[in-house]
Write a protein that binds this ligand. Structure first.
Ligand SMILES: [Zn+2]
Length: 116
């Protein structure tokens, strides 16, 4: 569906319809979050704590966001925000994928010298 050959075999009106569909299916743009959720376990270091024998206390979750030329920034995600955070991260990927496909459609229309 997203392959280049497939796109170039479609009529321009089919491409425009596909573009409309992508637009309609976009998640709300205020509900996106770039980054990845990572899981951490920590040993507390208290003498005799059972965590010394295992991976440590956890899992605790962090949102890791990278920036060009910088170390990734890590933000603690409280358990009660975990599900919502996962959704926002997934939304960001959905938006990015949709934008890529819309750009590819527009590039194809440009190649055909068709109205954008
Ligand atoms: Zn412990």
């Amino acid at each position: 569906m997203t392959g280049l050959t497939d796109r170039s075999s479609k009529s321009s009106s089919a491409l425009r319809r596909r573009r409309q569909t992508l637009l309609r299916q976009l998640p709300p743009l205020d509900a996106i979050l770039r980054g990845s959720l990572i899981e951490r376990y920590k040993r507390c270091g208290k003498p005799g704590c059972k965590c010394a024998d295992g991976p440590g206390h956890g899992p605790k979750y962090y949102l890791s966001v990278s920036f060009p030329g910088e170390r990734p920034q890590m933000d603690y995600v409280p358990q009660e925000e975990l599900a919502a955070t996962r959704t926002l991260v997934a939304n960001f990927h959905a938006v990015r994928t949709a934008l890529e496909e819309i750009c590819a459609i527009n590039r194809e229309l440009l190649r055909r010298r068709e109205a954008l």
